[in-house]
Design a protein around this ligand. Sequence first.
Ligand code: GRF
Length: 203
Amino acid sequence: KKVGVLISGSGTNLQALIDATQDPTQHIGAEIVLVISNKPNVEGLRRAERANIPTKVILHNKYPTRESFDAAMDAELVKAGVEIICLAGFMRLLSGEFVRKWNGRALNIHPSLLPLFKGVSAQKDALAAGVRVSGCTVHFVVEAMDEGAIIIQKAVPIEQNDTVEILTERIKTEAEHKAYPEALRLLANNKVRLADDNRVIWL
Ligand code: GRF
């Protein structure tokens, strides 16, 4: 399956997806054909270039509306033949039109065990809540932020002296970078799909 990855930053999850999809022993059954960033000069773009994956920078602030920005991304994804979209640290909300078009074919990763700690400060919120376990969630994309049927969750411990930075790093390396390729493998090989009632069906 042809995959397009949307990023806004460092792209360590993109790197995990590149490494897994390029490793024939992992049988991900997917190939990244396009990386789109809404920010220029980010490390994620350099990761894609190093792997010879085509990139596009589409600046959201050059578009009058969310819908027109999303339409520009959609045009590039279609042109590249993309069948599955992975959001990997993509920091823009997507419009209803875009999400409905890609319904069941778009994944997101979030650095908490959803439905706890939605939003942009998940690690900070987990530390503030005093929970002893957090982790990551890979889920289908729906219009509401960090909602959508869950495909995979992976837990990590929270240690006594954790800072936001330490916890963020642990969630990435021990949870996200394993869970995202695995979720992509499941979707690319038709082992999961999103039903009309917004639940995951395991096949
Ligand atoms: C990850 O923590 C992901 O869960 C969140 O944004 C972060 C992206 O990190 N949605 P990176 O750019 O993949 O390193």
